[in-house]
Design a protein around this ligand. Structure first.
Ligand code: GBH
Length: 477
């Protein structure tokens, strides 16, 4: 049970603590061992797409440095590491036989983790679609879903005996709407109808991928878990008006129910189909697709960073990731924000967890939570990030409260283990609890890493906000 003895908020004994990364954001080594290009290689190498012209060519060099990074994880006491498998390493063109050297890498990573007692938590798709599949239609093409299922099966055949928990997709909302509607992410299309089609094919990929995983994974001794990770929106109204409530309903529909309902309730929400009827007739949804998508999952991954406030008002300039929501205004935050400009408010996470618990009754894990701040080593070499510690502490306190209220929450993964390639923002934004000096690839524990090590060791947090001083930077030799 949870508890709050001795000024500490303790988490359940089996609560799983971890840290997350994603292949394109940390690996680098983009031509190593026969890897093919992904849509993110193409996008990042297109001038004007990524801040500062940054690319994932080198990133945190995790592909080459994975052994040292696993040692670092062991020093942190990490019980679990969530990483993604690069599809174009395993199938350079997105289809056909396995590229052995590419899959061998993940085999070695899994073994290295196992050797240190760290559970490997595998995400199969964290946005790095093989470019050749984009060339034949990308997520707009139904065939891409079938190709994903093949890929899932190939990886599970090889790693299934050692990976306890699989995630099909990371944040299909982002892949569909940032990739195909606003164009902020690869492949950079700005076509709302195509984005809705992409969302369906991503969900279909999840369903077919789940089926492929269940077929490939050993059922004993204890069956591996299958999940999907969503970035859910804690959306609330900017004013006490019916119009604002209507804006909330539509954003909740496209951001949350469009994914939750087919995954966990067996079909698309009628209101969302109606709201988007002028954009698409949804003719790409075939008989039987919804049953495939609704294949039971064991746990739902939730990524949460910040809440969203909406109202009706003049639209922002530029293409939006919200099809049919030109009349919705995203209210700028008034309180504290991170270096991304995202508001800091942990209560949104609590609202999401209780809502999913009440409406969908599924075990959950927070698969990403964290913040970017302007971190840099001081003259003594220490990286002081009291804002990140405060952010993480606040969110963990909310999780503890949700668990006490009966929410079935099984674990928490901080984003991210390392500073990394922050998509359209390149290396300008640092989410790591470990600082990376990109010139030397030197890793330096931020104060939040020391703090997180102690959270894991104690399986809990202190009652009171930790002071920015008093960080114990002692490390084993
Ligand atoms: C995650 O995406 C990713 O999984 C991870 O790879 C990434 O590095 C990390 O977060 C940090 O960005 O302005 O209306 O579009 C999070 C993506 C960012 C999606 C905030 C929603 C705000 C909504 N989310 N975004 S909107």
């Amino acid at each position: 049970m949870t508890g709050s003895t001795n000024g500490r908020l303790r988490f359940p004994p089996a609560f799983l603590w971890g840290a997350s990364t994603a292949a394109y954001q940390v690996e680098g080594a983009v031509t190593e061992d026969g890897r093919g290009p992904s849509i993110w290689d193409t996008f990042a190498h297109t001038p004007g797409r990524v801040l500062g012209g940054d690319t994932g060519d080198v990133a945190a060099d995790h592909y080459r440095r994975f052994r040292r990074d696993v040692t670092l994880m062991a020093e942190l006491g990490l019980p679990a590491y969530r990483f993604s498998v690069s599809w174009p390493r395993v199938q350079p063109g997105g289809r056909g036989p396995v590229n052995r050297p590419g899959l061998d890498h993940y085999d070695r990573l899994v073994d290295e983790l196992a050797g240190k007692g760290i559970a490997p938590i595998v995400t199969l798709y964290h946005w790095d679609l093989p470019q050749e599949l984009e060339d034949t239609g990308g997520w707009g093409a139904r065939d891409t879903a079938a190709r994903f299922a093949d890929f899932a099966g190939l990886v599970a055949d090889r790693l299934g005996d050692r990976v306890p928990w699989w995630t099909t997709l990371n944040e299909p909302w982002c892949a569909a709407f940032l990739g195909y509607a606003s164009g902020e992410h690869a492949p950079g299309h700005q076509d709302p109808a195509l984005a809705l089609r992409a969302a369906h094919h991503l969900l279909l990929a999840h369903g077919l991928g789940t089926r492929a995983l269940r077929a490939a994974l050993p059922s004993s001794p204890s069956a591996a878990k299958v999940s999907v990770t969503l970035n859910l929106f804690a959306v609330s109204a900017g004013s006490d008006t019916p119009a604002a409530a209507e804006a909330v309903h539509r954003i909740d529909g496209l951001g949350n129910r469009l994914f939750l309902d087919p995954l966990l309730r067996g079909g698309y929400p009628a209101a969302v189909l109606a709201d988007t009827a002028a954009i698409t007739g949804w003719d790409f949804v075939r008989d039987g697709d919804e049953a495939v998508i609704a294949a039971p999952i064991d746990v739902l991954g939730i990524n949460y960073y910040s809440p969203t406030v909406v109202d009706i008002g003049p639209p922002a300039a530029g293409p939006s990731p919200w099809p049919g929501c030109a009349d919705v205004r995203f209210v700028p935050p008034s309180g504290p924000t991170t270096a991304m400009g995202w508001p800091i408010d942990a209560r949104g996470l609590g609202r999401i967890l209780r809502r999913v618990h009440d409406d969908y009754r599924v075990p959950m894990v927070v698969t990403e939570n964290g913040a970017a701040f302007d971190d840099r080593p001081g003259s003594d070499g220490a990286v002081r990030d009291p804002e990140r510690i405060a952010y993480l502490h606040e969110h963990l306190a909310v999780l503890h409260e949700a668990i006490e209220a009966g929410v079935d929450l099984r674990g928490y993964f901080v984003w991210s283990l390392l500073d990394n390639f922050e998509w359209a923002f390149g290396y300008a934004k640092r989410f790591g609890i470990v600082h990376v000096d990109y010139a030397t690839q030197r890793r330096t524990w931020k104060d939040s890493a020391y703090w997180y090590r102690d959270v894991i060791r104690d399986n809990g947090i202190t009652w009171h906000q930790p002071a920015s001083t008093g960080i114990n930077r002692d490390r084993p030799a």
